[in-house]
Write a protein that binds this ligand. Structure first.
Ligand SMILES: [Zn+2]
Length: 166
């Protein structure tokens, strides 16, 4: 099953990689994405198919959604952090990689006041709560996406409406 980039469109970029140590007391536990122009409240879509296991708020992580992979290579939980507001998703909801909006990009739970504040942090683990998981169980999100790329974007253009015939 493919993995998708969580944000797309003008200015969407990968930022800090898994394991990055710059300006950190511990190596980065996930991967970060944001927009070069500092956009926020832009949709973050699922990087993989799954079932929502938790929608919550955590100190330092902000508005969070955890999704357990289905049909994956391993049983992994993908955690998305720092959304602008609580996700509309609920525990048990099915999400589709490349399609389902998990939340809106924000900076909740962060203390940085700059245009780079708005980002989504994604952590992936074989344990059910990646931000609390043992380091050895964490996966590199950029690498998972690169190793299992979606061959074509799932997002379809809105079909043009047929002219009504009277
Ligand atoms: Zn991060």
């Amino acid at each position: 099953m493919p993995y998708f980039e969580p944000i797309t469109g003008t200015g969407a970029e990968r930022r800090d990689a898994f394991g990055a140590t710059h300006n950190r007391t511990q190596p980065h536990r996930g991967g970060d994405w944001g927009f070069t122009n500092g956009s926020h409240r832009k949709p973050v879509t699922a990087v993989h198919d799954g079932i929502v296991t938790r929608v919550d708020y955590f100190a330092g992580m902000g508005h969070t959604v955890m999704v357990r992979n289905i049909n994956g290579h391993e049983h992994l939980t993908i955690e998305y952090n720092h959304f602008d507001e609580r996700s509309k998703l609920k525990r048990g909801d099915r999400v589709v990689g490349g399609e389902t909006i998990i939340g809106l990009i924000g900076a909740s739970g962060t203390y940085v006041q700059s245009k780079t504040a708005y980002h989504v942090h994604i952590a992936i683990s074989t344990q059910p709560a990646p931000h609390m998981a043992a380091r050895a169980t964490l996966k590199d999100p950029f690498k998972l996406i690169d190793d299992h790329p979606a061959t074509q974007p799932k997002k379809q253009a809105t079909p043009r409406k047929k002219k009504a015939t009277k």
